[in-house]
Design a protein around this ligand. Structure first.
Ligand SMILES: *Cc1c(COP(=O)(O)O)cnc(C)c1O
Length: 424
């Protein structure tokens, strides 16, 4: 078991320099870490001809990040109209795009079809919807929900039997038969059964279920499934005592199951796809905020210039984000704090009863593992504004890849012509 000490990818001196140009709070992403991870993923599945990772745009929806991943050979996995648009402007098209949505509006399907994206049907009724809107495409994917419980799950996603996604097995079989009759030629199966799994067993276990299902599909419908999409769910160790996933071992685990299930069936031309988000960018992003206020009542509080509107995961799921006080990496953690933001919500706490070094006003706090599903879940409650996103490039320079929101942006959608003129 190898647990990792969490080491920030920027130093206090670097952050002090960056903050001269870009005031806190801000997100910063580590290009090097993202590229290395994308390469490792591609290496882990290189045994499968046609394998492709479709980065889940919702994890880190920024065109600069998408371009980096495009250079590493990834496609995008989109769930909405604007994610499709972002993929389009980044130059993704056709089979570089998976469209894995649910409860899907008509205009989203229209744009997905226009881009030639691979459409992943979340529900049986969507066959009629897609046929009416854009016609049945030659290549189509169906999302499977096996129901029941799934042992490797956790709180972010309910057990399959309680989750809203996908089709039952009977629906999926029926869907394939209907789709074939209506002209579909290439079929895929997709499922997402557990989120943020920190075990090398998740993908192999999921793969076994989907590979066996593909064999059943062949026997029951005569359809040879062309691709299996293992979706996302490969997690990261938010806590320093957790053992990180080993993507090479995961790739090998899937390889073993592939040979075992598909070998005897002569199905070893099935292509694999993944839609990882968190594993690709999660550890390589941080929220940097400053300590601006101290309060002692029944507990000891340190208030930051960021709040849950910038990073909601702790408030939303009680998620743990490790915190490093920059410049105090080696100081003893002998002070107990609740680390808060300024929202009028008592769950606006980045950490509760966290042992940290003594924090002084102006200290920079590095909130780890904020590269995925963090900036993206931002919101404007209490009129708090979105912060900037920065990229630490491989050459060590910093580039702003999204500016901070201004009051003018915040008021821009209000229909009070003229009233907010002059507001910056
Ligand atoms: C959220 C999501 C992903 C990415 O999940 P991660 O946990 O970030 O890997 C992939 N596919 C679909 C359909 C999703 O909803």
């Amino acid at each position: 078991m190898t647990s990792m000490k969490k080491v920030p990818f920027v130093t206090k001196a670097q952050v002090e320099e960056i903050a001269k140009t870009y005031p806190t709070p801000f997100y910063i992403y580590d290009e090097k870490g993202i590229r290395e991870t994308a390469r490792k993923i591609n290496q882990a599945f290189s045994w499968n001809k046609g394998y492709k990772e479709y980065f889940a745009v919702k994890a880190t929806p920024n065109p600069y990040i998408l371009k980096i991943l495009q250079e590493e050979g990834c496609g995008t996995d989109c769930s909405s109209y604007t994610e499709l648009l972002m993929s389009k402007v980044c130059g993704f098209s056709g089979r570089d795009i998976m469209f894995s949505s649910n409860d899907t509006p008509d205009q989203d399907y229209r744009l997905a079809a226009e881009l030639g994206a691979i459409i992943n049907l979340d529900d049986f009724t969507m066959i009629d919807t897609v046929e009416r809107l854009v016609g049945i495409p030659e290549t189509i994917c169906c999302r499977y929900n096996p129901g029941g419980t799934f042992a490797l799950g956790n709180d972010i996603m309910d057990n399959p039997g309680d989750s809203k996604y996908g089709m039952t097995k009977a629906q999926l079989m029926e869907a394939f038969k209907i789709l074939k009759k209506k002209g579909a030629k290439e079929f895929g199966i997709h499922a997402f059964l557990a989120s943020n799994t920190v075990t090398n067993e998740y993908y192999p276990e999921l793969a076994r279920q989907l590979f066996e299902l593909a064999v059943e599909v062949k026997h029951e419908t005569g359809i040879a499934v062309s691709f299996i999409n293992l979706s996302g769910g490969v997690g990261i160790p938010y806590r320093p005592d957790q053992t990180p996933n080993d993507i090479l071992a995961i790739g090998e685990g899937v390889h073993r199951v592939y040979d075992e299930v598909f070998g005897p069936e002569g199905m070893t031309d099935v292509r694999l796809m993944t839609e990882m988000g968190r594993f690709v960018t999660g550890p390589y992003g941080a929220l940097i905020a400053r300590a601006i206020h101290f309060k002692h009542i029944y507990k000891e509080y340190v208030g930051l210039d960021a709040c849950a509107a910038n990073l909601i995961r702790p408030a939303m799921y009680g998620a743990y984000h490790h915190i490093t006080v920059l410049g105090k990496e080696n100081a003893p953690c002998d002070h107990k704090y609740d680390v808060t933001g300024g929202l009028c919500e008592n769950n606006d706490k980045f950490a509760v009863d966290r042992m940290l070094p003594e924090i002084e006003e102006g200290d920079y706090l590095f909130l780890h593992d904020a590269g995925a599903h963090c900036y993206a879940m931002g919101y404007n409650y209490n009129g708090k504004l979105w912060c900037a996103e920065l990229l630490l490039q491989e050459d060590g320079t910093v580039k702003m890849i999204r500016r901070a929101q201004t009051p003018k942006d915040y008021f821009a959608t209000l229909d009070f012509t003229g009233l907010f003129d002059g507001v910056e």
